[in-house]
Design a protein around this ligand. Structure first.
Ligand code: PLP
Length: 374
């Protein structure tokens, strides 16, 4: 694309700090592209960043959710409580375990699930709840923690949007839940492609490590020095390549900049959108989050979406509700709050290449697209 194109016209692209290319080149030259010391260093650094004892790297956020659910004991015959308003990957991870998604509503102002809705959806088959940390906002289920524990229901967080965010005074990932991060191309921290499971126990960590390596239990050194290897159980090719880990390792020391930039950008939007009465901003609790999205709700979304694209602003929709998708029809329920949100949500351009001027331009365009005033 033309380098003079204003940033609000672009779809989000990864934000690179400069060291990533060298880091990848070093791994390329070293000639070991699988799960290596580089991957393990990335695991240690992420664990230290979050203040947790361990972190297990995998190929993607989807793989993180799949293996975390398996480690929590989710399988055929079980139900997993999940918002319908999420990326389809969350639901596919549930189905990959042979379990059934039980779709629930979200709070219309935050698009996150609430404890009450979880309680209403619990059945004897419920084995896990998957809060989606929409836009980077932490989800707090502490008030129903005892009930969940008593019923042996695990909390497996889809924190794909929320790397770096806080719940209270601690980072998401160090709250005692099983947490899954994505390091996909445009996430708060990128590996190009990648994911991470934050396990609750050493046993869970060992399970995810076995699952990600085709069920083989042995270190790389052990495998290279032996004539055989042991396949201990089910597993998949879910290891994080050292090429991808190197990108994440180069990004991590710069994360404070990411955190500040994203918060400032979101606050700029909040300020500029005060002048756009026809839209309501979905709140991400910016003081505690590293915001991932800037989403508004607007009555005539289809028309506004069309006008914004016509005006050259790269808007999107996160997400069409999953309970209305053909693939998930067997688990469809009536979810009026989610369906209304699905008709009204509009994602504004939000990435670190943007400036305050870009934000003001988007807000002004949105004002015009929604009729200018009222
Ligand atoms: C990106 C994303 C995922 C999937 O992560 P991948 O790394 O792309 O597999 C899951 N859930 C949500 C909410 C996401 O945004």
């Amino acid at each position: 694309m033309n380098p003079t194109t204003p940033e609000y016209r672009r779809n989000a692209t990864p934000f690179l700090y400069g060291g990533e290319a060298d880091a990848v080149a070093r791994v390329l030259k070293a000639g070991q592209y699988g799960h290596t010391q580089v991957t393990e260093e990335f695991e240690r650094k992420v664990a230290a960043f979050l203040g947790v004892p361990d972190a297990v790297a995998v190929t993607s956020g989807t793989a993180a959710m799949h293996t975390a659910l398996l480690a929590a004991g989710v399988g055929p015959g079980h139900e997993v409580i999940v918002p319908s308003l999420t990326f389809c990957a969350t639901i596919q991870a549930v189905l990959a375990c042979g379990a059934a998604p039980r779709f629930i509503e979200v709070n219309p102002g935050t698009l996150c699930i609430e404890p009450d809705a979880v309680m209403e959806a619990i059945t004897p088959d419920t084995r896990a709840v998957m809060p989606v940390l929409y836009g980077g906002r932490a989800v707090d289920l502490t008030e129903i923690r005892d009930t969940l524990d008593r019923r042996d229901i695990a909390v497996v967080e889809d924190a794909a949007h929320a790397f770096g965010s806080y719940r209270g005074s601690v980072r998401v990932g160090s709250t005692g839940d099983l947490t899954c991060f994505s390091f996909g191309p445009i996430k708060n921290l990128t590996c190009g492609q990648g994911g991470m499971v934050i396990p609750r126990t050493p046993a869970e960590a060992a399970t995810v490590r076995q699952l990600r390596l085709l069920g083989v239990v042995a270190s790389q050194a052990q495998r290279q020095a032996a004539t055989s290897y042991r396949v201990e159980g089910f597993g998949l090719r879910y290891q994080l390549s050292s090429l991808n880990a190197a990108i994440g390792l180069a990004q991590l020391p710069k994360f404070k900049t990411t955190e500040v930039n994203r918060q400032e950008l979101w606050r700029s939007y909040r300020c500029a959108l005060r002048d756009v009465p026809a839209v309501r901003l979905v709140d991400v609790d910016v003081d505690h989050s590293v915001p991932h999205l800037c989403v508004v709700r607007v009555a005539d979304r289809e028309e506004v979406f069309r006008r914004m694209l016509a005006a050259g602003v790269a808007v999107g929709v996160h997400y069409p509700p999953n309970h209305l998708q053909p693939a998930f029809a067997p688990w469809r329920r009536v979810l009026p709050v989610t369906e209304q949100a699905g008709r009204e949500i509009l994602t504004l351009p939000f990435h670190q290449h943007m400036t305050d001027d870009d934000v003001r331009h988007v807000a002004a365009t949105l004002k015009a697209a929604t009729g200018g005033g009222q």
